[in-house]
Design a protein around this ligand. Structure first.
Ligand code: IPD
Length: 277
């Protein structure tokens, strides 16, 4: 019979849109900005407010479910994925963009049961694009079905990455070294847009051929992983092995060839796991 998580996904869509309206309005207003793990890891009162709006509404509807939220985790909540139905939420992905009024910000809501991702909802707040993916049922942007790029040739690749929060000399050396390796391998280009989730949505849409990052979190990855897989893409660990949602590293690509090219080319940048404390 029907989809057991349909009601959950509908709630996610509704809340992502509601949160998106709040974020869009707040984008051009004065903000209270604080730092978290580094001087480049930012949070505003809107991040906390929106996370609270989403989680309190979901808790009321689904009182037995678990929640992993970016700002709740920063405030000390445990970040562990159990077999229970679990919501994995980033209230504002692209907080640094948000702070600067750079209009590339998203709300990301993922949902897992028995440690398997069931659906993902990502809302582009300023362009009002809703990305959704439901396991086994495809991925969409608004009403349009998403399909990844089928490019296998590295010399025709457009690659996306994000910088991550660390700025120590060793991290910067590795980060820039990875970019240098890819440029030396003659890829077409590399883009950094300031939002992991929206970069991953571009990958799902076929607007880029591959994505890699160290230092992103499970809330940057959960929803996007379903969307990319349902658009025909690959989401794996940077070693080339299976994805570990809590490992803070990822390669995503339209084809296996492109994913393996990245896995061979890039050096590991070490970040603490999300479920380590
Ligand atoms: C961050 C952004 C950033 C990426 C980080 C993410 P946040 O999410 O996507 O571009 O480099 O790794 O954690 O903090 O804005 O939600």
């Amino acid at each position: 019979g029907g989809d057991p998580w349909k009601e959950c996904m509908e709630a996610a869509v509704q809340l992502a849109r509601r949160a998106g309206q709040i974020i869009k309005k707040a984008l051009t207003e004065e903000k209270q900005v604080s730092t978290k793990t580094s001087a480049a890891d930012l949070v505003t009162e809107t991040d906390n407010f929106v996370e609270n709006v989403i989680i309190s509404a979901l808790k009321e509807k689904f009182p037995s479910h678990r929640f992993i939220g970016e700002e709740s985790t920063a405030a000390g909540s445990k970040c562990v994925l159990t077999d229970n139905p679990t919501w994995i939420i980033d209230p504002i992905d692209g907080t640094c963009n948000f702070v600067h009024r750079f209009p590339t910000v998203a709300v990301s809501i993922g949902f897992a049961v028995n440690q398997e991702l069931e659906f993902g909802v990502i809302y582009h707040c300023t362009e009002e694009r809703l990305y959704t993916g439901r396991r086994g049922q495809g991925a969409f942007c608004n009403e349009k079905r998403l399909q990844v790029s089928k490019e296998t040739d590295k010399s025709k690749a457009l690659i996306l990455t994000e910088i991550g929060p660390k700025r120590d000399p060793e991290t910067l050396k590795l980060f820039l070294g990875n970019m240098e390796s890819l440029l030396k391998a003659q890829v077409h280009g590399i883009r950094v847009i300031g939002s992991s989730t929206l970069a991953l949505c571009h990958l799902a849409s076929g607007a880029a051929d591959a994505y890699y990052q160290f230092g992103l979190h499970c809330w940057d990855l959960a929803a996007a992983t379903v969307i990319i897989r349902e658009a025909g893409g690959i989401v794996i660990d940077t070693s080339g092995g299976p994805l570990d949602l809590m490992s803070c590293r990822v390669i995503a690509a339209g084809t296996k060839e492109m994913a393996m090219f990245l896995a061979q080319e890039i050096q590991t940048i070490h970040y603490r796991r999300d479920d380590e404390n």
